[in-house]
Ligand binder design. Structure first.
Ligand SMILES: Cc1ncc(COP(=O)(O)O)c(C=O)c1O
Length: 642
């Protein structure tokens, strides 16, 4: 095989460029041969682990008949995250002689897919990892998949009497279900239903803390947050329970400041305030046992380890230590026994688990060079000026040439609109303009200081790489909330990526694109990418997409679910597929939007027969046409390479 390595480039440069060691360690790295590999976390059992190339997996999928785009789920990474979360909390407790324990619950809303829940149930069993449910449907999942009688099922969200009955009845079959009161009115229904069913509940209260967290989801916290009870409402609940002789059923205090909390100081403030409520409830006579700190444990999506919204200025060790020590300090001061700490960490549990892979279908080069363009017979002054600017550009007159080029381009537009130049002349002018900009960009690499205006312009000069995927289906948070995910090519990383591009999806919607990328100093408007090669697939990976993306996705342009495969890794660099879910076919998606595909085929048959009748097509052509129509219905909703 020819050596395609580029001079002055090596994999370390790619590591630095895409920051893979910052957001991906210990799971994702770049191999000597320039491919992204996924590895098992090193452990006593596997002190040395060999990674598996994602490109090898992508090729293996193709051989098995699965096209890209595909979502890869790495079971081992999920197992590793559940183990780390539980063991880091337990270690932090051991270190300071904390007397309580830790029970994690996975918030089902973060990824409700059956395989994910099954995996969490299996891997979480030995840690008694439970589930958090925010609706009846999620409660039904939680009851069915909770794997240990010591695991908890925490019921948040607004509850009608059917929800409450289900939760109460689940207790009678040995499931450790806790009903968290989110609204004062819920209590009356709970009391009434528990009396009617003769089942004593275990109750929690969601408190509305004054503490507020930074980040995108901060409206979940603070005095004006939409959720939870304030002090006055809490006291009313306590008094009501006292009056009913049921205060012993109140055992849990819960709060949730928001998801992806970037700053550890906000985590600490929340813990301290909630611990004070906990102690006061205990003093009021409630049988307090659990302090549930909600979600919020952030993922360092951009690898910068800062308090920027897509990062966090703490790691898991610091998070667990601060939570444990904060609760312990407040409880010790009040001489209250240490509670069992519950966290509802969703994002931090499942983000690493999934990687979206898609192939690039085509590229639109933004700046076509026009080295060979001559003026020919043209006598247009603007074109002559552009030509002159291009030929006389040096590092010394860069700013002046930049200003001139912009001015001539605007004038060119004006004269074209007034019918003074032809379309052919306009096209030549645009080529000359982009040639100047291209040269300016090259010269900028030699400059120590690049004027801001030029730097901004050049950041926006990018190719468009058309990817075989839908942002709306697979990465909805990019569209909805400008979420940043690590995005990078998964191969050719020993070659210099000498183009810059944004990535457009297949929906042809101007929002269907990725044009913000992680960067060391700032968010980048374009990603460094390689030029496509003939007859060779170029594959991009979007990482850390296991949380929130799958169910929030929609069917924009009727692009359906992608193929999904669960991959099991071995320590010596092999892999095998454990579960496979074929992506939606066109017929699947049409049925979701209530078409009856059988009657659609019927309609098409009639139309084709009419065409035969009127002599537009032959009977044989009718046959091939209808076959193609039916193949289309059975096909993948994405671009198929066959
Ligand atoms: C009540 C509750 N708990 C837990 C979570 C999960 O949060 P995270 O994914 O940040 O861990 C959420 C999500 O916002 C939530 O609303």
């Amino acid at each position: 095989m020819p050596n395609k390595k580029t001079k002055n480039w090596d994999i370390q440069k790619s590591e630095d460029l895409y920051l893979i060691n910052s957001w991906g360690s210990p799971y994702f790295s770049i191999s000597e041969s320039g491919e992204v590999v996924v590895s098992l976390e090193k452990s006593e059992e596997h002190p040395v682990t060999k990674g598996v190339s994602l490109m090898t997996i992508a090729k293996g999928l193709k051989e098995r008949g699965f096209d890209l785009p595909a979502l890869l789920r790495f079971e081992d990474l999920l197992e590793s995250r559940i183990r780390l979360l539980n063991e880091t909390f337990l270690k932090a407790m051991e270190k300071v002689d904390y007397k309580g324990t830790y029970r994690g619950v996975f918030p089902i809303k973060v990824n409700q897919q059956h395989q994910v829940i099954e995996d969490i149930s299996e891997f979480g069993k030995k840690y008694h990892h439970g589930f958090e449910a925010g609706s009846k449907a999620e409660l039904i999942i939680a009851m069915t998949y909770v794997s240990s009688s010591e695991s908890l099922v925490i019921c948040n969200g607004y509850k009608d009497s059917e929800f409450i009955d289900l939760a109460l009845l689940s207790r009678s079959i040995g499931i450790n279900t806790v009903l968290v009161i989110e609204m004062p009115q819920e209590l009356d229904v709970i009391i009434e239903r528990s009396k009617a069913l003769g089942i004593s509940p275990v109750l929690g209260l969601r408190v509305r803390l004054s503490a507020k967290a930074g980040g995108h989801w901060n409206s979940s916290g603070g005095d004006n947050s939409m959720f939870g009870l304030n002090s006055d409402e809490i006291m009313k609940v306590v008094d009501k329970l006292k009056g009913e002789n049921m205060l012993d059923t109140l055992q849990l205090l819960h709060y949730h400041l928001g998801s992806q909390i970037p700053n550890i100081r906000d985590i600490r403030s929340g813990v301290i305030e909630a611990s004070r409520y906990y102690c006061e409830l205990k003093k009021e006579g409630a049988n307090m046992l659990f302090l549930d700190i909600g979600g919020g444990l952030a993922v360092d999506y951009d690898g910068t380890h800062t308090n920027y919204g897509s990062s966090c200025n703490y790691g898991l060790n610091e998070y667990c230590a601060d939570v444990v020590e904060g609760i312990m300090e407040v409880c010790d001061r009040a001489e209250i026994e240490h509670p069992t700490i519950i966290s509802e960490s969703g994002r931090a549990t499942v983000s690493y688990y999934s990687v979206l892979l898609f192939n690039i279908l085509d590229v639109e080069r933004f700046n076509t060079k026009s080295d060979n363009d001559m003026l020919g017979d043209t006598t247009n002054e603007i074109l002559e000026n552009l030509f002159y600017t291009k030929n006389n550009l040096t590092t010394k007159n860069i700013q002046e040439s930049f200003n001139d080029a912009l001015y001539y381009r605007d004038t060119l537009k004006f004269v074209f609109n007034h019918g003074e130049i032809t379309l052919r002349e306009k096209a030549l002018g645009e080529r000359l303009f982009w040639s100047i900009m291209h040269k300016i960009e090259e010269f900028c690499e030699e400059l120590e200081y690049v004027p801001d205006e030029i730097a901004d312009f050049s950041a926006n000069i990018s190719d468009i790489y058309y990817g075989n995927f839908s942002v709306f289906q697979s990465l909805p948070d990019i569209w909805a909330i400008d979420q940043l995910f690590p995005v990078m090519p998964i191969h050719r990383l020993d070659e210099k990526p000498d183009r810059k591009g944004i990535i457009a999806d297949m929906t042809c919607d101007c929002d269907g694109r990725i044009n913000r990328f992680i960067g060391l100093e700032d968010v980048k408007n374009a990603l460094e990418l390689h030029q496509l090669r003939d007859n060779e697939e170029y594959v991009i990976g979007v990482f850390l997409v296991g949380a929130y993306q799958e169910t929030l996705g929609d069917l924009h342009n009727l692009m359906g679910d992608t193929n999904v495969v669960s991959v099991k890794l071995t320590a010596n660099g092999e892999y095998y597929l454990t579960k496979e879910v074929e992506g939606d076919t066109v017929a699947d998606i049409l049925e979701v939007v209530e078409y009856n595909t059988k009657s659609m085929v019927e309609r098409m048959r009639k139309k084709a027969e009419e065409a035969v009748g009127s002599g537009t097509i032959t009977a044989k052509q009718r046959k091939s046409f209808l076959e193609l129509y039916q193949i289309g219905l059975r096909g993948y909703t994405y671009y198929e390479n066959n």
